[in-house]
Design a protein. Structure first.
Length: 162
């Protein structure tokens, strides 16, 4: 019985070793795959195209809008419509921006009670009502007015209509 058990175990071990042997065709397939990968030409680098630049269009000086920035005072240019007030000059001092018109009207009445000629403009692109405390023809006048108002309204800034 022991001999037959040992003989069966030996046959099983021999069959397991011979059945796990890899065949030559598997090596050949992997070799051919690697050769094909190696022989492929390298990908060509993508050439970048030069950016398209719009041609420079010259305008007469009467059509060009020039904002003097020699004093280094920031001016925001927006397209807006006058909602409430007497009218605007070129440069305005904005002291508040609101998405609700009633809030803008509240600040306008406070400014009017303080002796200012406050106005409300609406920027449709942003959906905001801007409260203008003062409006001036020149940038330097608007900047000095903003400097006076900035103590009471810390976020005051200059607005120029597009």
């Amino acid at each position: 019985m022991k001999k037959s058990l040992v003989l069966c175990a030996g046959v099983c071990v021999a069959l397991s070793f011979t059945s796990c042997k890899s065949n030559e065709s598997a090596y050949k397939k992997m070799y051919d795959k690697a050769q094909a990968k190696h022989e492929q030409p390298a990908p060509q680098p993508v050439q970048e195209q030069a950016p398209v630049v719009a041609p420079l269009v010259e305008k007469p000086a009467t059509q060009a809008t020039v904002i003097d920035n020699s004093d280094n005072v920031a001016v925001r240019s927006e397209d807006f419509t006058l909602v409430s007030g007497s009218g605007l000059s070129n440069f305005s001092v904005v002291v508040g921006s609101f998405s609700v018109k009633a809030n803008a009207e509240g600040l306008q009445s406070q400014l009017n009670n303080a002796g200012k000629n406050a106005q409300i403009v609406y920027n449709a692109e942003r959906g905001l009502y801007r409260v203008v405390a003062a409006t001036f023809a020149t940038k330097s006048e608007a900047a000095s007015s903003r400097d006076q108002l900035i103590g009471q309204y810390p976020g005051a800034w200059l607005l120029y209509k597009k």
